[in-house]
Design a protein around this ligand. Structure first.
Ligand code: F6R
Length: 242
């Protein structure tokens, strides 16, 4: 495990973009696992800038997103589909056939989850998985629980997550209560994992994640077992590490 402590969000975003750029340069047809939420927006901005400058080519890259709200269609403003196109995909030359995001309104949820696992395998697995972390320690939408689910599945969002995500909705009542998420094994099978945490509201969880214990109460703590984990924190998120 490697911990990179940066001075601020800008620097965190640059470092994360450097790692993604290195993965693409090393393997132009690499498979990226991507996250939504506030944290990776700066990283995506960096990637877009580098693409515009001509220093980054996404034409052979494949992507898989971690999660999507259940019951939300791809064209809805708050969907993670819409988020990814707004912040990244519509600005770069990634081929649309190689973009994968769980579909929020599948006819058969179990079949869709199974299909998502299968297409990740068929693509050769994820080379680099970008993650944020919930204030409650969730990764993807694997919420703290007595036991965690291995593969892509439908999950009930915790009250804490619903509250945190309500900033993107007109009211808390409109936040979806369920989501489709990669499971912990899906995430764990990525060859390289890069977890980002920014801001004072993540400091407590980063401190708890990095103490000695591994527990399903803090799903992110399981990542400490991964052979190639990099955690990038800014000064505020890393403030409990001293
Ligand atoms: C997003 C995701 C979530 C977020 C986490 C942090 O696809 O899977 O685990 O990474 O909720 O969100 P932000 O970055 O908004 O604090």
């Amino acid at each position: 495990m490697r911990i990179i402590r940066t001075e601020n969000y800008q620097e965190l975003s640059r470092q994360a973009a450097d790692m993604i750029q290195a993965a693409i340069e090393n393997k132009p047809d690499c498979v990226l696992g991507l996250a939504t939420g506030g944290t990776p927006i700066g990283t995506y901005q960096q990637l877009v800038e580098r693409y515009r400058e001509g220093s980054l080519d996404f034409s052979s890259v494949t992507t898989f997103n971690l999660d999507e709200y259940y019951g939300v269609s791809s064209d809805q403003e708050q969907s993670y589909h819409a988020f990814m196109f707004e912040h990244l995909f519509r600005h770069i030359n990634v081929s649309h056939e190689r973009i994968h995001i769980p579909f929020g309104m599948p006819e058969d949820i179990e079949k869709h989850c199974h299909y998502y696992e299968q297409i990740i395998q068929d693509a050769g697995g994820i080379d680099l998985q970008l993650l944020g972390i919930g204030e409650n320690g969730h990764i993807g939408f694997n919420e703290p629980a007595r036991c965690l689910q291995a593969d892509t599945h439908l999950v009930q969002l915790s009250q804490e997550t619903i509250r945190a995500n309500s900033r993107y909705f007109p009211s808390i009542a409109e936040v979806p209560k369920q989501a489709i998420t990669m499971g912990v094994r899906t995430i764990f099978q990525a060859k390289k994992i890069v977890l980002l945490a920014s801001g004072a509201n993540k400091a407590d969880m980063i401190g708890r994640m990095l103490d000695g214990r591994i527990t399903t109460d803090i799903p992110a703590s399981l990542l400490k077992l991964h052979p190639d984990l990099t955690i990038i924190v800014d000064r505020e998120a890393g403030s409990r590490l001293d």
